[in-house]
Design a binder for this molecule. Structure first.
Ligand code: FPP
Length: 258
């Protein structure tokens, strides 16, 4: 079944056990956690866990695209991850290159569009080059948006927005009364994206770790003990099925009509 799924360009997903009926979340955001523990459990170096996690990225991207998810945001490297040992950081900075070097052709074939959010300019040049190439060569694609949060921190993002808005007020381009929630939303790195419907964090940790603090205000959360390298299509399907049981009332008494 998995093999069949992988060889399909536009998977039908109607008949197999991986099919999902009902509403699929438009935007899924994932905190991919547990790579280090996955490796340690196998007496492997931590980087082996990150490498295995990269394969999960491929698997979940394909499945999300097949399901018709519109945006998949993956927390690949946080602004706090620089404090890890140098060797681990260097390895993590090589992963986008390896991932895109291996899988860019199939991402293009699957009509996936690659994007990033985060402090791009502070990434090593080799990382920037690999990511920029993928962004440029998938720009016109109309399928899933694969949005890597790379050197991303939500507080830094909000701070940047506040500074930009303050500057605009000082320059007379905005007045204080123009500063609305919408205005702040439009100054964030996600300005062109819909807000996440579903947030997933793997590995049993239950916190946000400076991830999309503004954007997750009304997102449904789903946590699993599964470590990211072990996360698979069945896990994502389970998350979506749980999501479908949630009643999203946005502070009101009823779900808003679409
Ligand atoms: C957290 O697990 C994971 C990360 C900081 C890195 C996530 C990166 C990947 C899954 C690969 C990314 C792939 C591409 C294509 C960019 P952890 O190391 O904190 O795990 P631990 O809590 O078990 O130590």
């Amino acid at each position: 079944m998995f093999k069949k799924l992988f060889t399909q360009k536009q998977s039908q997903l109607e008949d197999g056990e991986l099919a999902v009926t009902g509403t699929v979340p438009s935007h899924i955001a994932i905190i991919m956690d547990g790579n280090g523990r996955w490796a340690t459990k196998r007496a492997l170096p931590r980087i082996a866990g990150h490498h295995e996690g990269m394969k999960t990225v491929r698997k979940i991207t394909r499945y999300a695209n097949d399901l018709g998810v519109k945006v998949l945001t993956l927390y690949a490297f946080s602004t706090e991850n620089w404090s890890r040992p140098k060797k681990e950081v260097e390895f993590l900075m090589r992963l986008p290159e390896e991932f895109l070097g291996t899988y860019l052709p199939e991402l293009i074939e699957q009509n996936v569009r690659v994007q990033t959010m985060g402090d791009f300019a502070s990434l090593p040049e080799h990382t920037q080059r690999a990511v920029q190439k993928a962004v440029d060569s998938t720009r016109e694609n109309t399928g899933l948006i694969l949005n890597f949060a790379l050197n991303y921190g939500s507080r830094a993002e909000i701070l940047h927005a506040v500074k930009a808005i303050t500057q605009a007020v000082n320059d007379g381009k905005l007045s204080p009364s123009d500063i609305t929630e919408q205005c702040i939303t439009e100054h964030l790195m996600t300005r062109d994206l819909i807000e996440p419907d579903l947030l997933i964090r793997t590995s049993g940790e239950v916190r946000l770790s400076n991830f999309m603090l503004w954007q997750l205000a009304y997102t449904e959360f789903w946590f699993t003990d599964v470590l990211w390298p072990d996360f698979d299509e069945n896990c994502l399907r389970e998350a979506i099925q749980v999501y479908q049981t949630r009643s999203r009332r946005y502070g009101g008494l009823e779900e808003p009509t679409k």
